[in-house]
Design a protein around this ligand. Structure first.
Ligand code: SF4
Length: 314
């Protein structure tokens, strides 16, 4: 199954902007596009406004955010909300694992979209109407705007979440059992520890008390805490701690000199002198060489090959 990501259509070069132009994002298309399949959506075209079209903007009116045509003031709020509800519901059938939205758009922007007040005051605290519907329907879906993806740390976090979300969705789409969920959770121990160590225990407690819960509720709760935990960006300090812990599993199997060399690499990484991939590759190498089952089963060390390729670009 390909990894599918929803995307504002103008970001992948489709000429759907109000003036017939596009906003191709090279990083998105040339890097992510090599590995994932995009599902392009232009809400303003699909709602029937056509190309070219008058520009839209968010306007605050009687305490409510409205989507209006800039020149005429014609109100498109109702039409866009109805379309967005239907379109976002349909995305479930396309099995998307993430979404990248165009920033600042009154339809697609996630945050900081300009909102025009009745008195002419502009505030930058709006959210596009399509983006709002998307986030309400899929609160755990990894969603970013293209601007934030310029930050390597946020980009890596997004990629990691996309693949984790996909694994989780595939797991819950199978005939899963509680024992299977425990195994799934165990395989993400190191990954979760690098992001939010407190979430590890919290999720463990959730599974332990899950027998009394309906399956749909277990899925809802697990997905929420799991994805929220991964949303917290991993830090160098936490990665280093996780790698040292992995080294503990290799104790007694590798010689002293090699062990010291890897520990020094981990410390260099923690200090920002080396990329994560260096100590991580060595730990993975020894985990495979000595067939350490626990480590070999960790997604932290053995991510999807496509995820690894993308993260190497970061
Ligand atoms: Fe279409 Fe959204 Fe791009 Fe505007 S920002 S052109 S609505 S895809």
């Amino acid at each position: 199954m390909p990894v599918r990501i929803g995307v504002s259509a103008c970001l992948v070069g489709q000429p759907v902007r109000y003036d017939g132009g596009h906003k191709r994002n090279d990083l998105l298309v040339d890097t992510l596009g090599q590995v994932v399949q995009f599902v392009p959506v232009c809400p303003e075209v699909e709602v029937g406004l056509g190309v070219p079209r008058p520009t839209l903007r968010l306007v605050m009116n009687a305490g409510q955010t409205r989507l209006r045509v800039t020149d005429t003031g014609a109100d498109q709020t109702h039409a866009m909300r109805r379309y967005a509800r239907r379109r976002t519901a349909g995305l479930a059938r396309q099995h998307i694992s993430g979404y990248v939205l165009k920033k600042n758009s009154p339809s697609c922007g996630i945050e900081g979209v300009p909102v025009h007040g009745a008195n002419g005051i502009l505030s930058r605290n709006g959210r596009g109407l399509f983006a709002r519907a998307l986030l309400e329907r899929y609160p755990n879906l990894p969603v970013e705007d293209e601007g934030r993806l310029n930050d390597p740390r946020l980009r890596e976090n997004f990629i990691e979440r996309v693949f984790a979300y996909r694994r989780l969705r595939s797991f819950f789409a199978s005939r899963w059992t509680l024992a299977g969920l425990l195994a799934f959770h165990a395989a993400h121990e190191l990954q979760l520890m690098a992001h939010a160590p407190s979430a590890w225990a919290k999720i463990g407690a959730l599974i332990a008390g899950a027998r009394k819960l309906p399956r749909a509720e277990i899925m809802r709760r697990y997905e929420s805490v799991f994805m929220q935990a991964l949303k917290r960006p991993a830090t160098r300090a936490r990665h280093a701690k996780v790698l040292r812990r992995a080294m503990g599993c290799l104790r007694g199997r590798i010689d002293h000199a090699s062990r010291m060399e890897i520990l020094a690499l981990i410390e260099d990484y923690r200090l920002g002198l080396r990329p994560l991939i260096e100590p991580l590759s060595l730990v993975r190498h020894y985990a495979r060489l000595y067939d350490v089952g626990y480590l070999k089963g960790q997604y932290y060390l053995e991510p999807d090959a496509r995820e690894l390729m993308l993260r190497n670009h970061v």
